[in-house]
Design a protein around this ligand. Structure first.
Ligand SMILES: Nc1ncnc2c1ncn2[C@@H]1O[C@H](COP(=O)(O)OP(=O)(O)OP(=O)(O)O)[C@@H](O)[C@H]1O
Ligand SMILES: [Mg+2]
Length: 300
C-alpha cells in the first residue's frame, strides 16, 4: 500500500488543463520531494489531494482508499500557501482554535506535543505577528500536525528561510517521518536543501509527471568527477584518456568522470611529467540532474 497513488489526474481552469493526466506514487514513510518549474501544477496537485479543489478527471487514493473517505481525510495535514493564523492571537491561541475546530479531546496536551515537535515549546505566548518567517512556517507545520496526520503536505515550507531555519526544518521533517511514522510530500525549488532530506522525487512538467525516482536511484545517476588544471591541458587530456574512459575539457579545466581513486589520476599525471595546479572532487547533484532532465525533455 502507498500513502498516495494518483492516476490520470486532470484539472482545468477556464478550459485550460493545468494537470494533464498526472500519475504519482508516494510510498509509505517517504519524504517525497515534488519538483517542477513555476506553474507546472505542484500546488494544484497538493490542493486536489487535500480536497481543496475538485479534479476534472482521474483518481486519488490515500492509504489504499479514495481521498474522499472521511476517515482518510482526517489523517491528512497540510501547509499550503500560509498557516492561516490570526496575527493578533498568540501561537497558543491560534493552535487552540485549530484544536477546537478538529474537536480534539485533549487540546492542551496536543498543542504541547506539536510545539515540541517544531522546537517551539518556549514560544507559545508570542503573538503570531511578532514571529519570524521561519517561526511562522514551523507554526504552520504545528497546525498541520495537530490532528496527528499520517500524511503531511507541505507547499514550499523552506522558501525564504535562513541557513539555521532550514536546518531546523530538516530536523523536524526527519523527526516527523522517522519517529512519528508520517509520510511527507514537500514541494520546493531549493533543490540543494531538498536533496538533504528527500527519500523520493517526483519531477512534474506542464501537468505531467516526467520522472519519479528514489534518492538512491538519483544518487546512482548523479556522477562524480575530478576537476584538474595542469601546465599543458591538451597533453594531459590525451594522457588521461589512455587510462580513464571519460575525460573532457571544460572552461580551461579537465574533468575526469566517475573515477573515485583520485590518487590514480595524480600518479598517472606525475608519471607522465605533468604539473598539477588544481585538483578538486565534484559531484553532479539534484540541481544539475534536474536542469539536464528538463533541457532533454524540452528538446524532445
Ligand atoms: N484557481 C485558479 N484559477 C485559474 N488558474 C489557476 C488557478 N490555480 C492555479 N492556476 C494556474 O495553474 C497553473 C499551475 O499552478 P500551480 O500553482 O499548481 O503551479 P506550481 O507548480 O505550484 O507553481 P509554483 O512553483 O510557482 O508554486 C498556473 O498556470 C496557474 O496560473
Ligand atoms: Mg506552487
Amino acid at each position: 500500500m502507498n500513502a498516495i497513488e494518483i492516476t490520470g489526474l486532470k484539472k482545468s481552469f477556464h478550459g485550460l488543463y493545468v494537470l494533464d493526466g498526472l500519475n504519482m506514487t508516494v510510498p509509505l514513510g517517504a519524504i517525497y520531494g515534488f519538483i517542477g518549474e513555476n506553474g507546472s501544477g505542484k500546488s494544484t496537485t497538493e490542493k486536489l489531494i487535500c480536497g481543496h479543489l475538485v479534479p476534472s478527471a482521474g483518481h486519488i487514493q490515500l492509504f489504499g482508499k479514495s481521498y474522499k473517505d472521511a476517515g482518510i481525510r482526517a489523517r491528512v495535514g497540510a501547509l499550503i500557501e500560509n498557516a492561516g493564523c490570526f496575527p493578533n492571537a498568540t501561537i497558543y491561541q491560534n493552535l487552540m482554535m485549530q484544536a477546537i475546530n478538529l474537536n480534539l479531546p485533549r487540546p492542551h496536551e496536543d498543542i504541547h506535543r506539536v510545539l515540541k515537535i517544531v522546537r517551539m515549546e518556549d514560544g507559545a505566548g508570542l503573538k503570531f505577528k511578532k514571529c519570524s518567517l521561519g517561526m511562522k512556517q514551523r507554526i504552520g507545520i504545528a497546525m498541520a500536525l495537530l490532528g496527528d496526520p499520517a500524511l503531511l503536505i507541505l507547499d514550499e515550507p523552506i522558501n525564504g528561510l535562513d541557513t539555521d531555519g532550514m536546518r531546523i526544518m530538516r530536523e523536524i521533517l526527519t523527526d516527523i517521518t522517522q519517529s512519528h511514522g508520517c509520510t511527507v510530500l514537500i514541494s520546493s525549488h531549493i533543490l540543494g536543501e531538498l536533496e538533504k532530506i528527500a527519500t523520493h522525487y517526483g519531477i512534474i512538467r506542464q501537468g505531467k509527471m516526467v520522472q519519479e525516482l528514489t534518492a538512491t536511484e538519483m544518487e546512482g545517476r548523479c556522477r562524480t568527477f575530478t576537476t584538474l588544471k595542469t601546465g599543458d591541458i591538451q597533453r594531459a587530456k590525451l594522457d588521461l584518456q589512455k587510462l580513464f574512459p571519460d575525460v573532457r575539457e571544460e572552461g580551461g579545466e579537465l574533468r575526469v568522470y566517475d573515477v573515485n581513486d583520485t590518487e590514480a589520476i595524480v600518479r598517472h599525471l606525475l608519471d607522465n611529467g605533468h604539473t598539477i595546479q588544481l585538483l578538486q572532487k565534484n559531484r553532479i547533484g539534484l540541481e544539475e540532474y534536474y536542469i539536464e532532465l528538463m533541457s532533454r525533455k524540452e528538446g524532445a
